[in-house]
Ligand binder design. Structure first.
Ligand code: PRP
Ligand code: URA
Length: 207
């Protein structure tokens, strides 16, 4: 299922993220801020358990998050830009890494790295990548996570293309997608239109 998080703060910041005149420094800061805001929504249904806390005045019945903490898994490189923003809200989350790049000709994902928490199969996993374009990279990342035993997975991206949502949902109908925007389409080079350009290059200033 696709969830568009259309909170005004997120939409406002996304406008500046898309702007070609936004510097790498501002781009990084804005992606970080939007990741924090999106994490608030993506974690909305996390299970809670009852706890009893002694306040200075009396006993209070409270709730804390139940079970194991989350794992955040960025797809390298661009997904790295969303990790710190999530860790601001969930500082004890474990962080795994999946290295993929898209072959510029075939647009197929090429795998070059994978390191996950050893107990990833017990954790709720949030896969992060700013762009869901053809959906190949996100599908391959979730394939890898499932091979390692993960069963409770969500995908968080800034901008999704209809083509990517379709492919990813066909491959992984059990994984909900959270995006700040659903754009029009892909262009002939597999870039999202209107999109924001190359997310990795804009985060790291490599172009
Ligand atoms: C970008 C983006 C996604 C992928 C999306 O990464 O960050 O990982 O493309 O495209 P897809 O949905 O068609 O697979 P890229 O391959 O440019 O690598 P980078 O993050 O290292 O720049
Ligand atoms: N990867 C990007 O960084 N941008 C796109 O528009 C598509 C894939």
């Amino acid at each position: 299922m696709l969830h568009i998080i259309d909170h005004p703060l997120i939409q406002h910041k996304l406008a500046f993220i898309r702007d070609k005149n936004t510097s790498s420094k501002e781009f990084r800061e804005l992606v970080d801020e939007v990741a924090t805001l999106m994490a608030y929504e993506v974690t909305r249904n996390m299970p809670l358990e009852d706890v009893v806390v002694e306040t200075p005045v009396a006993t209070a019945k409270c709730k804390t998050i139940a079970g194991k903490k989350l794992a955040v898994v960025p797809i390298l490189r661009a997904g790295l830009g969303m990790v710190d923003g999530i860790l601001k809200l969930i500082p004890n989350a474990r962080v795994g890494h999946i290295g993929l790049y898209r072959d510029p000709e075939s647009l197929q994902p090429i795998s070059y790295y994978g390191k996950l928490p050893s107990d990833v199969y017990e954790r709720e996993v949030i896969v992060v990548d700013p762009m869901l374009a053809t959906g190949g990279s996100a599908s391959a990342a979730v394939d890898f996570l499932k091979e390692q035993g993960a069963t409770n997975i969500k995908l968080m991206c800034l901008i999704a293309a209809p083509e990517g949502v379709k492919l990813f949902s066909e491959n992984h109908p059990d994984v909900d997608i959270y995006a700040a925007a659903l754009d029009e389409r892909l262009n002939d080079h597999g870039y999202i239109v209107p999109g924001l350009g190359d997310a990795g290059d804009r985060i790291f200033g490599t172009k």
